[in-house]
Design a protein around this ligand. Sequence first.
Ligand SMILES: Nc1nc2c(ncn2[C@@H]2O[C@H](COP(=O)(O)OP(=O)(O)OP(=O)(O)O)[C@@H](O)[C@H]2O)c(=O)[nH]1
Ligand SMILES: [Mg+2]
Length: 310
Amino acid sequence: MFGKLTAALKEGLRKTKEKILGGIRAILPFGRELDADLVDQLEEHLYTADIGPKTVAKMMAAVRTEWKERRIKTTDECFFFLKSHVKGILASEGSNLRRAASGPTVILIAGVNGTGKTTSIAKIAHRLKKEGTVILAAGDTFRAAASEQLGMWADRLGVRLIRHDNGADPAAVAYDAVEAAISSKATWLIIDTAGRLHTQGNLMAELEKVKRIIRKRIPEAPHETLLVLDATTGQNAIVQAAEFGKILDLTGLVLTKLDGTAKGGAIIGIRDQVKIPVKFVGVGEKIEDLEDFDPDSFVEALFEPPETKA
Ligand SMILES: Nc1nc2c(ncn2[C@@H]2O[C@H](COP(=O)(O)OP(=O)(O)OP(=O)(O)O)[C@@H](O)[C@H]2O)c(=O)[nH]1
Ligand SMILES: [Mg+2]
């Protein structure tokens, strides 16, 4: 696990940082006494920073308590309190993937349409193939182009793809893929699924069936069930995590499209409201554009002072 900030993550967070940190710094310039007006301004700013109202309310309650009890008296103290508070919200038990004690480790990927599931699978496979054999399963049999898209990635990565015809039962694809992973002694099996809305009851039931079928063959699988969320959808992502969590035992989140958005503050709200660790963040469309989520580096990236001008 690396704790270092990569250039891609820094660059990806640039707009978010301008919005969040820029605003906070304008309200809390160094070396001033904190007063009620500044606290109100800070609150207003945070409400516009895509963090989400519930989380901002909690953050501000904490700030006001610290201030009333005179533990923070200056703008600097307030700034550093906020920083460590956000770190506390984001802290998690680490972004390492769980692994099977023996046999293939099965990773099931789910999420609503277009969040970046298939792309994230390719990115994860690209990493994991350095540590063993990877098999991909085209469990999105719903859209004609879906297995072609995954097939293209499989070719590029030089990994095996298990697919059926379009319209086939995704659970059957999953079953075959698990069989193939066991018999070929693969290290990893990553199963793609069709995008679906949590309101589509039949499609959610289909997902549950996929999981059931996998378990028939490997009872402790899937070892990871990752929900892919588009970070730019903010509050919506929180609802998606809650709803998918009812059907699947989610073990991790992949937050995509952090690059180029000013809405990266949503991660703070998502992490606060959804008690599932963020395992990866997507910072671009290229195969390397996936980062382990390291809360400390993330907060440093958001709160570190801008490059000082001479
Ligand atoms: N900028 C950026 N684009 C991304 C990222 N991840 C995915 N995308 C893009 O988002 C679009 C959708 O990605 P897919 O991987 O096809 O999404 P999906 O969830 O599999 O979509 P469906 O299968 O249709 O539900 C593509 O254009 C990707 O290149 C990311 O981290 N950053
Ligand atoms: Mg897809």
